[in-house]
Structure formats: C-alpha cells, structure tokens
Design a binder for this molecule. Sequence first.
Ligand code: NAG
Ligand code: NAG
Ligand code: NAG
Ligand code: NAG
Ligand code: NAG
Ligand code: NAG
Length: 642
Amino acid sequence: MARIITVLRALSLVFLSVEASVHLTINSENGNATSGMLFGLMYEDINFSGDGGLYAELIRNRALQGPNPDLTAWHSEGASVTLNVDKSEPLSDALPNVLRVDVSSAASGKVGFSNEGYWGIPVNTDQYKASFYVKGDYTGDVELSLRSAIDGTVFSTKTVSVRANGQWKKYTTRFTPGKASPNANNTFTIMFDAEKVRGKSLYFNLISLFPKTWSNSGTNGLRVDLAEAIDEIGGKFLRFPGGNNLEGQSPPYWWKWNETLGDLIDRPAYPGPWGYVNTLGLGLIEYMRWTDLMGLEPLLAVYAGLYLDGTFITEEDLAPYVQSALDELEFLTGSVDTHWGSYRASLGYPEPWVIRHVEIGNEDNLWGGLPSYQNYRFNMFNDAIKAKYPDMTIIASTPEITGTPAGTWLDFHLYDKPDHLTTLFGQFDNWDRQHPVLVGELAVIAPNEPNKPEVEWTPGALRLAYPSMIGAVAESIFFMGCERNADLVQGIAYAPGFQNLNSYQWVPDLISFTADPADTTLSISYYLQKLFAQNVGDNTVAVETSEDFRPLFWSATYSQKHREYYVKMANYNGTSTDISVHIPALRNGKATWTTLSAPDGHSYNSPRNVTSKWTETEIPKSGDSWTVTLDNLMIGVLKIQK
Ligand SMILES: *[C@@H]1O[C@H](CO)[C@@H](O)[C@H](O)[C@H]1NC(C)=O
Ligand SMILES: *[C@@H]1O[C@H](CO)[C@@H](O)[C@H](O)[C@H]1NC(C)=O
Ligand SMILES: *[C@@H]1O[C@H](CO)[C@@H](O)[C@H](O)[C@H]1NC(C)=O
Ligand SMILES: *[C@@H]1O[C@H](CO)[C@@H](O)[C@H](O)[C@H]1NC(C)=O
Ligand SMILES: *[C@@H]1O[C@H](CO)[C@@H](O)[C@H](O)[C@H]1NC(C)=O
Ligand SMILES: CC(=O)N[C@H]1CO[C@H](CO)[C@@H](O)[C@@H]1O
C-alpha cells in the first residue's frame, strides 16, 4: 500500500505540479477535549501600557504621586506663575502631594499651567470629561483648553465657574471640541484670572481628562483603539495584573489590590517595578469590568510574598499575605453578606464575579524565590484557597515546583529565538498529564542572526524592535505543538501586550502605540494571535499523513459548537507546497483559507507601515479534498464548515 502511494505521488509530481505536495487526513474520532480557552491575553502595566496607554486618562502625573513627586509633564503658562510640589495641603491620605500655583504680585491677564499628557494628547470631536480639585481663595472663571504644543492653535475651550475657598472642592465638566487636531502634540491648559490671586497661591490636584472610552467602559475606562485591538483578537482569557507588576520591586511595594479600589482620591501611588509610578486608576474592578466587557475568563494572579529584589516573606510572616489573597477572593466572589462582598456592593457592584482560576504569584522560580515557594509559600496559599474554594483551579507560577497536588496548573514562560522555538514543537508531548499547563507568557524576542533590519540593540541584549515574520512562524509552530497537546495545555498568551513607543522597557511587544491613534501598530504576532484565537475548536483531532513534520507543521481541532474543522499550518524555511486536506467524515463543506505572510522573514509592522498580509479565500473541494498552497514563511488556517 505504502509503495503504491509513493508511486502515485511520484506520478502526480510529474504530471500535476512541480511543487511538493502533502496529504493530510483528518480523523475526527477519539479527539481530546480542550479547555475551550486556548488563546488568551496576558496583561500588566509595563512600557506605560496602562497609565499612558490602555487606561484612557490623558493627564500625566495627575496627582503628583509616588515617593519622589515632581512636576513631570506640568508647565507654567505665563512668567508670573511658578509651580511647586506642596505637601502641606493633602487632598486625601492617598494623595498627599498637590500642585501649588504661586502667582506673583505683578501678574495680570490670564495665567495658569498646562499638562503635556503622555507625550501628547489627541484631540478629536468626541466628548471629553475633565475634572480637578482646587483649594484657595478664588471666585471666578477657570478656562480649560486643548491646544497645539507646536503653534498654540486652540482646539477647544471650556469655562468653569469656580468658587474656591479653604476647602478642597471638585469640579467636573464635559465638552466636545469643534475640530480635531492634525496630530497629538497638544496640551491641556488650565487658566484663571491673575488679578484675583495676585501674590497668592492656588492649590490643584487630581487633574483628570478622559476622552470617550471603549464600549462605554465609563469615565475611568479604556482607550478606544487599544481596547478594540485586543478585543478583536478574540482571545478567551485575561491573565492579570502581572507579571512583575504584581510582585513589586522591593518592600513594601507590591500590587495591593485593596488600594486599587473606590474613588480615585483614595488610590495611593504604586511605584511599579518598571520604572514609573502606577496611578492605580486601572484597578481590580476596572480589570474585572474589562473581562466582563470582552467576555474573557479572568486568570487572577495573587501576590505570593516575593519581591523582584529577591526579598521574600518568611514562613512566620506570610499569614497576613495569605489572608489578603483570601480577602481579595471574597471581595470579588463573596455575597453581599460577607465583609468584603458588602464592601464591593458599596462600590456599586452588588453582583459577585466568578473566579475559577487563581495563580499564586509570578515566576517564583526567579530572584532566588524557588526554595521558599517550594517549601511553604505555594502550599500556604494553595491550602488556604482550596479550603475555602475547593473548586477553584490553582496555578503554580513555575513548572520548576515539584509535588503540587494533581490538577494544579503549571505556568510555563518562554522568551526565545525562532530556530530554537521550533525545536520545542514536541515540548509537551510527554509531560505529566496530572499537571495541566498554562503558557502564560511566550514570545520570540531575538532574531536567529544579528545585524538584521528588525533588530534593535538594548544595553546588554540583542532584541527585535518589533515582532518579525519568521518569529511569528516560529510562534505558530510552538502554538500548534501546544494545540496538539490541548488535553494538557489550557491556555497560551503572548507577552507583553503593549508598548508606548515614547517610553518602554521591553521589546518586542504585541501592540505598539503613541498618544496618536494613527501610530497604533498591530504586529505580525498580533495577527497570528488573532488568526489562531479565532480558529480553535473544543476538541483536538488526529491528523494522519505519511509526511514528517519540518519544514511544514500542522495541527487540527474541531468545534462541536460551530460544527467547524480548523487545520492550522506553517512553513518554516521550506518550499511552496500544495497541501490537500481530506476529512472522511465530511461529504461537503464550505472551506475558507486564511493566510498570514509578509515580504520576507525579517519583515515587521511598525507605525504607519504594515508589511504583513492577511488573505481569506474560499477553496472549492476538488475530488475528496481541499487543496491549498502554503508558501515559505506562511501561516495558514483552513476552516471547513460542516
Ligand atoms: C489525546 O491525548 C493523548 C495523551 O493524553 C494523546 O496520546 C493522543 O494523541 C491525543 N489525541 C489527539 C487526537 O490529540
Ligand atoms: C511637540 O512639539 C514640540 C514643539 O515643536 C516639540 O519640542 C516636542 O518634541 C513635540 N512632542 C512630541 C511628543 O512630539
Ligand atoms: C491593603 O492590604 C495590605 C495587606 O493586607 C495592608 O498592608 C494595607 O495596609 C492595606 N491598605 C489599606 C489602605 O488598607
Ligand atoms: C531559516 O532561515 C533563516 C533565515 O534565512 C535562518 O536564519 C534560520 O537559521 C533558518 N532555520 C532553519 C531551521 O532552517
Ligand atoms: C517598512 O518596514 C519594512 C520592514 O518590514 C522596512 O524594510 C521598510 O523600510 C519600512 N518602510 C518605511 C517607509 O518605513
Ligand atoms: C521611566 C522609565 O522607566 N523610562 C524608561 C522607559 O524605557 C526607555 C527605553 O527602555 C528608557 O529609556 C526609559 O528610561
């Protein structure tokens, strides 16, 4: 039989095509159920991706937060005004530093100050909401405006009537600019009447400006284009809030969930580990609303007592941290009759959320964390959470831990080069089935060869500036290896998700942006996530063929819900190849072939320069198969609807 096939194949090569051809038979029997959420998202505030990014606030340094408050992003308007950081007139316990505006006794006309935003403020003709707190002796108009930092053009002005006195008072207003700005190099300016405060000071704090937010996510919501981009991936879970941002750089700073709640004036600074202060405007509730609005399963990480400087909490001192994690779970999932559940209700969220997955820490194998994680930290959290929530799935933050109870997921992270990543196609073939796997962070971050156009040197490291085509092909191969093992691998996420091109600590990233939405760049790896996330079944199916993997790779799944087969394929340094797919269980069906490619392996997408190509073609059935052509460095999915 085998010999006959070989002869036939040789004949077909001669008569039909000079291209090689591969035959895949999809056997729909005896597949394994998958988690149903194979592709998802990992998110933490890094690279100004929350503050200055996804969190839609436009004012930078809005409350002079952090252990070393300064006047970053603030400028005085008019020579008779000086700005200071003042600690004598705290707005709240959480916001002790305020902006003191000293007006000289010679001042006249309109004076004030402005904020440059996170490297700009885009002006469009949707409604903005501005608010600020003010204290001092002033009765009169305060003029808010959006104007060009380049030539002073005023795009919008709104006057607020203020009666300031010895108490902090909040003013909120809404306005809609009459015209959009040509670029995002604009400032938000607050001006007042100099004559009324000559020789005196006015105090301001929590100065905020929100544009229209995504999906009505509210005045404390998400930036429209970035949220839309991640929503359109179609992933199924969100792993948050880190990443290193969960752990904190050193004591006493870790992501204290209880300090991310309620009114913004009650949220203190968190000096996150990525070199900038988090406002915590993007807090626990904002994360949960994000998962609700995008239909994502929350994979909540709780702090597990390890700081990035290697400090870890001793066994004797760990109990309050375990209690904090229990409180966090009660806050999210408890009924209104519980202490933390009733607090949640008091914040406007009576309906409990459902949390099915909790990750204990982040990368606890690093920074010398493994011995304490292995010896007591994991167990103390695990035992306490399991005792109260026996059905919750617990995720250990590293596969290096041993002896966790059966059913504990292990979080596997990998940052790699393309060639090496392709060798890990079989990584999970022989893993212990007692411990499901989460691939919580994965990316190709460096090229196979140095000195290529997509390469950027960062001190001490050779990195891709943007995800490359060959990198995405390598990622797709690793993902297919995971999908073939989808009885074991429960979820996969690329990381990090976002990069503010004006200040970042990590390349490459899935989505790059500046203040100007026209710069938002969806990387080639982004399109791969989208291609795979939108074509994933609830069951694996076996693929039979006489061919070996390499240079071509494939995997297949079936969705009972959608009655669709998805055959994923990639070509890593092979020749253009015809692939015919035969599904004995299907007589007919509509087949769609979606491909992702780019001019060459080094190609990447960068602002206003999309080089990758996404095509969708309907494929007619010919004979008993559907045949597609898979070029070198192409990723494709053949979807066949029953
Ligand atoms: C189902 O999983 C087992 C391992 O648990 C594996 O041997 C088998 O090949 C898988 N079947 C399919 C169709 O993926
Ligand atoms: C905005 O324009 C000013 C003046 O031309 C320039 O100095 C500044 O670098 C620009 N800022 C950004 C973020 O492009
Ligand atoms: C938040 O929780 C931590 C840990 O339990 C605690 O140390 C801290 O004081 C709490 N913060 C507030 C504002 O209650
Ligand atoms: C694939 O091709 C790239 C670029 O030509 C090269 O860097 C890489 O080493 C090749 N890898 C394999 C496994 O052929
Ligand atoms: C667009 O990106 C490609 C890399 O894929 C690069 O070679 C090319 O120079 C870029 N074009 C522009 C106009 O920046
Ligand atoms: C505040 C901060 O950490 N800024 C850094 C962001 O990333 C860029 C690029 O790595 C650095 O140059 C900045 O210092």
